[in-house]
Design a protein around this ligand. Structure first.
Ligand SMILES: Cc1cc2nc3c(=O)[nH]c(=O)nc-3n(C[C@H](O)[C@H](O)[C@H](O)COP(=O)(O)OP(=O)(O)OC[C@H]3O[C@@H](n4cnc5c(N)ncnc54)[C@H](O)[C@@H]3O)c2cc1C
Ligand code: FES
Length: 515
């Protein structure tokens, strides 16, 4: 759909997140030899950097291993609201986990919010941290969602959460009601994490980038991890999987208990003012809004358009839909940034945090369902305590093995039926194009040498071919034209246009057929 409120510049041609576009991060070399440490942390997003910061303060030798560049995963592309209001969740939590656990969920996320605020203050990090009220609202004509919103507010009341029902918000739109949760926050996540990283380095912490850790682990006389490239050994006492998708599975079938959900963001300068507040619509289409200061101006980040990774077809339409929404709501002067990213969701919506299995000193943190600012921080704090044998109140709620006790079976079956469908439909796709049909900067599935392959013709006319078969478990990747990537519809692995891994579970590149 063409937005009807077009301004001259339109959407930025290439995706770039405001956070990554406005932060200079230090760079680190690749691990090129065997290495020994107390604690190996795999993954340099909010979870890994926070865990590294915490553990080095306690006197441990800590090594942070990042497969790509620090903060190039989901954390670099988030919307960075820091809140315990995770959409409509408390009424469901009461039903599935009971009132005590629902309260524990709220408390654990609220404590992490406060921990972030205090840590930014303690380290003197200037990261645009502002207190904001969070709102989840329903559209006035969407009776079904309004009923769910009322049930959610009832859960707030029952649990004693500090929410308030409001009939109006400061945005120029009609709502059917909203739950306001006061005293939440927003920040610039990369400036904040750069501060934690510096404190980690000051205490002797070690970082390697471009060092992907392989899924094979040895568990004799301590742990040994291996690098994917070079097979260098990392001997350690404890390992933390902060790699978004767990780098190590340990027979826990995480690929069947997680799915990747993608969403889109625009940072735009509005024509009218934006008073503040962080908003999330519970009605479809889901929309999220927050302010951010940029070059002396107030921009608004509008996000939404969620779908399962690799299962959308045309992806640029999602940006265009957000553009229409933002234009109709506040007017648009310009859009300096657009970006998209994905997060992992567990079958029961509650993250997996804790020790992977009794016999190995490996801890996992994943499944934050687009709420990893608080949940990733919580995971880092919990795991730092668990490694140091300090008992905590939330171990059971977030236990990564709880699936065995409480399968969330309906979602598990639906999710894996969806994977099976994608596996089959990808294999029987029939390409209608050949390489010659491709325009500049266009990608598609094409017929080549009697086979179907993935092809991208870049702006200079050079053609890049890939075998679309995902190196994780063999599903066929789809072309994502707005990011110029090959995305797997099964568990969310993504590859560059020429087949290098952007994010896992896959760790090996796509095979490149001959041109
Ligand atoms: C559109 C969108 C908006 C969001 N908005 C919010 C929000 O407003 N508030 C909120 O709380 N949350 C939000 N989230 C969620 C939040 O951004 C994520 O949950 C969080 O950033 C995840 O952090 P992480 O550290 O676990 O993973 P990541 O940031 O992805 O970091 C993992 C790192 O591990 C590395 N890695 C992976 N595999 C390996 C390997 N084998 N070896 C070495 N390194 C490896 C990756 O390269 C990556 O850098 C949002 C998510 C999305 C998708
Ligand atoms: S991510 Fe699992 S098959 Fe592609």
């Amino acid at each position: 759909m063409e937005p009807d409120n077009k301004w001259p510049e339109g959407l930025p041609k290439m995706p770039e997140s405001l956070w990554r576009g406005t932060t200079e991060l230090p760079s680190f070399s690749r691990l090129a030899e065997d290495h020994a440490t107390d604690i190996a942390i795999v993954g340099g997003g909010i979870t890994g950097i926070t865990a590294a910061y915490l553990l080095v303060q306690e006197g441990w030798k800590v090594t942070l291993l990042e497969g790509s560049e620090l903060l190039s995963g989901t954390t670099g592309f988030t919307t960075a609201k820091i809140t315990a209001q995770h959409g409509l969740i408390y009424s469901d939590l009461v039903k599935r986990f009971g009132e005590d656990n629902a309260i524990a969920y709220f408390r654990s996320n609220s404590e992490s919010l406060e921990w972030i605020v205090q840590t930014a203050e303690k380290l003197g990090v200037s990261c645009g941290l502002e207190r904001e009220d969070a709102y989840v609202y329903g559209n006035p004509d969407d009776k079904k969602t309004l009923k769910r919103l009322e049930a959610e507010f009832e859960a707030y009341r029952k649990l004693g959460l500090p929410g308030e029902w409001v009939d109006d918000v400061s945005l120029p739109m009609r709502i059917g009601g909203a739950i306001k949760l006061p005293g939440q926050a927003r920040f610039h996540p990369l400036e904040y994490l750069k501060g934690l990283l510096q404190a980690f380095l000051d205490k002797g912490g070690i970082v390697y980038e471009h060092t992907t850790v392989s899924r094979d682990v040895e568990n004799e006389r301590g742990l040994t991890l291996f690098t994917e490239r070079g097979r260098h050994r990392i001997k350690c006492r404890h390992a933390v999987s902060a790699s978004h998708f767990p780098f190590y599975d340990g027979g826990e079938i995480y690929f069947a208990r997680l799915h990747a959900d993608r969403a889109y963001c625009l940072a735009f300068e509005p024509e009218t003012g934006y008073e503040g507040g962080m908003y999330l619509s519970a009605s479809e289409p889901r929309r999220s809004l927050r302010a951010v200061e940029w070059q002396g101006k107030r921009l608004v980040i509008a996000a939404g358009e969620s779908h399962k990774a690799g299962q959308s077809g045309c992806t640029i339409k999602h940006y265009e839909n957000l553009e229409v929404f933002a234009g109709e709501l506040l007017g648009i002067r310009r859009i300096p940034y657009r970006w998209s990213t994905q997060d992992l969701v567990t079958v029961d919506q509650v993250p997996y945090i804790g020790k992977i299995s009794a016999d190995k000193e490996i801890y996992v943190a994943t499944g934050f369902a687009k709420w990893g600012m608080t949940s990733g921080t919580l995971a880092a704090r919990m795991i730092a305590d668990q490694i140091q044998r300090k008992p905590g109140p939330y171990t059971e709620l977030y236990d990564p093995s709880r699936f065995k006790a409480n399968p969330g079976i309906k979602n598990f079956i639906a999710q894996n039926a969806n994977v099976a469908k994608e596996l089959i439909t990808g294999k029987v796709a029939f390409p209608h194009k050949s390489i010659d049909d491709l325009g500049l900067d266009e990608g598609a599935i094409v017929r080549h040498d009697g086979k179907q392959v993935g092809a991208y013709k870049d702006s200079e006319g050079q053609v890049h071919l890939v075998d679309r078969t995902c190196t994780h478990m063999g599903c066929e990747c789809e072309w994502n034209e707005s990011e110029r990537s090959w995305d797997c519809p099964c568990h969310g692995s993504r590859y560059t246009f020429d087949g290098e891994v952007i994010e896992g579970p896959a760790t090996r590149p796509l095979v490149k057929p001959d041109l």
